[in-house]
Write a protein that binds this ligand. Structure first.
Ligand code: UDP
Ligand code: MN
Length: 250
């Protein structure tokens, strides 16, 4: 049977959320053997996402995990950036560890709600033995960031930003075999790592080495995922319209 794709997507309430989820879910509808784990950054599951998933036509699991407003940091801690999606992705991993077992055949993929995904990607990453990797477009201040592949093996990284990281790549640029992950069921992301180190933190816990990585997307020569970001919508005319027409437009 075709291995399953378990996609972990953190999401949070903002004006653009439903638009992002609509676009993403309509890509996902084309993918066979797909299970979508959606984790809201919220104290409770919202009505918007609950209804949205119910009507999506997808196989899904709906969870929530709130990112705390403040993290208690020690004096000597370096410059942290407020990490995004960390506890949500961990909740997704927790669900997988609890609900899947070593007979499950599939891969884990971290899919942010605002990226752009080619369907070709899923045909390839489904077949991942340990950890597979590929380029991510519009990432790291470059047209793309990518593993460098020599004779079918990853030998280096085409990145400008913090190339010293153990795995200098974006969340969208790798997938993990499920059975392989279950050998390290405690592996998690962390709120307490430096900016850009989430991916490295997780993969280091899986004890993978550079030459374990399986290049996908035609030896990393094709871009099949883009780190697109949606412009924040300005509601500069909402109040003006209310002044003009009263509150009838509420
Ligand atoms: N996210 C979240 N809570 C937040 C901010 C972001 O759950 O407070 C989610 C977001 O929906 C996305 C992922 O975390 O799926 C990565 O966030 P974002 O796309 O804003 O990060 P960037 O593209 O800037 O790296
Ligand atoms: Mn994003």
């Amino acid at each position: 049977d075709l291995p399953y794709i378990y996609a972990i997507t953190p999401t949070y309430t903002r004006l653009e959320q439903k638009a992002e989820l609509t676009r993403l879910s309509q890509t996902l509808l084309h993918i066979p053997n797909f299970h979508w784990i959606v984790i809201e950054d919220a104290t409770t599951k919202t009505e918007l996402v609950t209804k949205f998933l119910k009507n999506s036509g997808l196989n899904y699991t709906h969870l929530n995990a709130l990112t705390p407003k403040h993290y208690k940091l020690e004096e000597k801690d370096p410059n942290w950036l407020k990490p995004r999606g960390v506890l949500q992705r961990n909740a997704g991993l927790e669900w997988i560890v609890t609900n899947q077992n070593s007979k499950s055949n599939g891969v884990i993929y971290f899919m942010d709600d605002d990226n752009t995904y080619s369907l070709k990607l899923f045909d390839e990453i489904r077949f991942t033995e340990k950890v597979s990797v590929w380029p991510v477009g519009l990432s790291g201040g470059l047209r793309f960031e990518s593993p460098i592949v020599t004779n079918n093996e990853v030998t280096n990284w085409f990145v400008f930003w913090k190339p010293e990281r153990p795995f200098p790549m974006d969340m969208a640029g790798f997938a993990i075999n499920l059975k392989f992950f279950l050998q390290y069921p405690e592996a998690r992301f962390s709120l307490r790592v430096q900016r850009g180190y989430q991916e490295s933190t997780l993969l280091s816990q899986l004890h993978v080495k550079l030459n374990d990585l399986e290049p996908k997307a035609n030896d990393c020569k094709e871009i099949l995922v883009w780190h697109t970001r949606t412009e924040k919508t300005k509601l500069k005319n909402e109040d003006k319209l209310k002044l003009k027409y009263g509150h009838g437009s509420d």
